[in-house]
Design a protein around this ligand. Structure first.
Ligand code: NDP
Length: 280
């Protein structure tokens, strides 16, 4: 029987998730529909209820609804509880079960596809929104030595540091003090700045010679940060396309009990994205 899935967000028209899940479904022999549903913060809960009433089995949740999705769940995974944000809903008996696959998606991409070792690195996280919340515990589990979180709105960085509860290892600092923080071996851009016309003014002093720079966004939105990193002779610069595919595979596993192969979908999307960027 055909099963119904969706991704909710705003904006959502650009989402690659319907393509990714359709490909995974074909590969694994799972009959599914997967659609993108645009919902404003005010309409989010009722849009999810309408989707469920029409037979919806599961959904991905993206910007800006991950914390609102958490509030809709009757039960959440330990990881989602820890980060206070849900990117995957699964209908179970009489309510939504929520989990968060962003963190594992990022770590699988960096350690398995890019073959990078994160252990012992001094890290900087730019941003403290839903994506940052989703990946911080996974970075700690992957063995980073120290994590400094800097956010435009300082209070959100403080909240995230408090939620993590490892004050010796995870600290917040002010954006104005970036130039005084020394250098890092891993810098993650978890801001949405790349989607805007404003360019973040980042000092090159943040980059150590063996620095890995990761932008969680992909496509044109990742260009400003990754160009800055390359201009500062950063050792390795990675965008969020691989994370997107891996977090989708983790959602698929939770819904259907099988983890699809990701290399084919990743290679196709990478080629499409490179073609789009060079056509500009
Ligand atoms: P949120 O809206 O929850 O958070 C946005 C973050 O960006 C906040 O920290 C915000 O700071 C910061 N920010 C926005 N504009 C600027 C700016 N001009 N300068 C500095 N900081 C800024 O979004 P998400 O956390 O969900 O998403 C963040 C990024 O991660 C997006 O680009 C998204 O596409 C990407 N992402 C990628 C995924 C993947 O699978 N590859 C998965 C999830 C997200 P403030 O608190 O001050 O507003």
């Amino acid at each position: 029987m055909r099963q119904h899935f969706a991704v909710f967000g705003q904006p959502i028209a650009h989402s690659l998730s319907p393509y990714i899940h359709a490909e995974f479904g074909k590969q694994c022999g799972v009959e599914l529909d997967y659609v993108a549903i645009e919902a404003s913060p005010e309409d989010f809960a009722s849009a999810v209820a309408t989707f469920r009433a029409a037979g919806g089995r599961g959904a991905n949740i993206t910007l800006p609804h991950k914390q609102a999705a958490y509030a809709l769940c009757k039960e959440v995974s330990e990881y989602a509880f820890h980060v206070g944000a849900v990117n995957t809903l699964m209908w179970q008996d009489d309510g939504w079960m929520g989990c968060n696959t962003d963190g594992v998606g990022l770590i699988v991409d960096l350690t398995e596809r890019e073959r990078l070792d994160l252990r012992g690195r001094r890290c900087l996280m730019l941003g403290a929104g839903g994506a940052a919340r989703g990946v911080v515990p996974a970075m700690l589990e992957a063995g980073v030595a120290e994590l400094i979180i800097v956010n435009r709105t300082a209070a959100r960085a403080d909240e995230l540091v408090d939620a993590v509860g490892e004050p010796d290892r995870v600290k917040s600092r002010y954006w104005e003090d970036l130039a005084a923080l020394g250098d890092f071996e891993l810098i993650i851009n978890a801001t949405a700045a790349g989607h805007q016309t404003t360019v973040m003014d980042l000092p090159f002093s943040l980059l150590s010679p063996r620095c890995l720079a990761v932008d969680l966004s992909y496509g044109k939105a990742a260009i400003p940060f990754l160009s800055w990193a390359k201009a500062g002779n950063c050792d390795h610069a990675v965008d969020g396309l691989g994370m997107l595919v891996e977090q989708a595979a983790e959602s698929f596993l939770r819904w259907h009990g099988v983890r699809p192969q990701t290399d084919g979908v990743y290679t196709t999307l990478r080629a499409k994205q490179d073609a789009l960027i060079s056509a500009d």
